[in-house]
Write a protein that binds this ligand. Structure first.
Ligand code: GTP
Ligand code: NA
Ligand code: MG
Length: 303
């Protein structure tokens, strides 16, 4: 692409933190939705991806949010979430404090060299102690600005909606201050699979994050070892989109099989090419699996 094809794109923000510290509820508050109510046992078990439009200094600014599970068994999802993101919002419940997955999440973010904004949530609750959270996190290198450090801490309540605008502003300020968020909409589309599932009615559905280029309905796509023609693109509300620009999370319908979370996707000129690439990848996976199996068998022979 040409220099001129580069344009500003929304920040991608992954929300992480210990189980039940209020990540999904906070996103519900920002999005005016109620995802929490639909979750089995109130536990997030997959990655959700949404785009909201907020306003800073009178300018409309989209932000892409990725929700992650806090339950300890979902380490891989948290690691992936930290890798695809520009900024991590670390949610810590003010009545509970720094917990094992708080530390795990900030480790993922620091390993990925992603700036962290701390959302001290549940400040409406009795026993909330936001100063203690700031104190605890200094041990992990997150020193609040008001204590002379560089990390933005925002006190929020997903329940009373206190601090939500400040949180959005902190995210945008972090994006503007430390990140060069541009993308080329004219490049060959590429991105990453956030989640794959088999839908009863629609068949394989992949939630992907477009990272460069513009993904369009009708494109021939390869995602991991899955391939197909993009039959439809849907946003998080189920609305059909003609195209998806960089930083846009979108559901892709039309793949012949279900790709895995973390797979990358790309667009090719012809369906035939998509199929060839996918076939080659499938063969490689089969070979690797066979080699594993052979190794297992020969080890068993030794026993
Ligand atoms: P996992 O995804 O399972 O890790 O949980 P989560 O971090 O997404 O937490 P979730 O949004 O499911 O909220 C957990 C519980 O805390 C729910 O009962 C929420 O209603 C409650 N909660 C979340 N935020 C607040 C808040 O700001 N104040 C109060 N009082 N309760 C909150
Ligand atoms: Na929960
Ligand atoms: Mg959740």
């Amino acid at each position: 692409g040409d220099e001129d094809d580069w344009s500003a794109r929304p920040p991608v923000v992954t929300v992480m933190g210990h189980v039940d510290h209020g990540k999904t509820k906070l996103l519900d508050a920002l999005r005016h939705t109620n995802v929490v109510a639909k979750e089995a046992g109130g536990i997030t078990q997959h990655i959700g991806a949404y785009q909201i439009v907020t306003e800073l200094d009178g300018v409309e600014r989209p932000i892409t949010f990725i929700d992650t599970p806090g339950h300890e068994s979902f380490t891989a999802m948290r690691a992936r979430g930290a890798k695809v993101t520009d900024i991590v919002v670390l949610v810590v419940a003010a009545d509970d404090g720094v917990m094992p997955q708080t530390v795990e999440a900030l480790n993922h973010a620091q390993a990925a060299e992603v700036p962290i904004v701390v959302a001290v949530n549940k400040i409406d609750k009795e026993g909330a102690n936001p100063a203690k959270i700031r104190q605890q996190l200094t041990e992990y290198g997150l020193v609040a600005e008001e204590y002379g450090g560089e990390t933005m801490f925002v006190d929020v309540s997903a329940t009373t909606r206190q601090g939500l605008e400040e949180l959005e502003a902190a995210v945008l300020l972090t994006a503007d201050a430390s990140l060069d968020l541009r993308a080329n909409t004219e490049q060959d589309p590429q991105g990453v699979v956030i989640e794959g599932k088999l839908d009863k009615g629609r068949g394989p559905v992949a939630t992907v994050l477009v990272q460069r280029g513009t993904l369009r309905q009708g494109d021939s796509i390869v995602a991991g070892d899955a391939y197909g023609r993009v039959r439809s693109l849907l946003d998080e509300h189920g609305n059909k989109l003609k195209e998806a620009l960089p930083a846009r999370p979108v559901q892709v319908v039309g793949l012949t099989s279900v790709p895995r979370a973390g797979d990358t996707f790309l667009v090719v000129e012809e369906d035939r090419t998509a199929r060839q690439i996918a076939d080659r990848r499938q063969a490689r996976i089969r070979n690797a699996q066979n080699a594993q199996a052979r190794k297992r068998i020969s080890l068993e022979d030794l026993d």
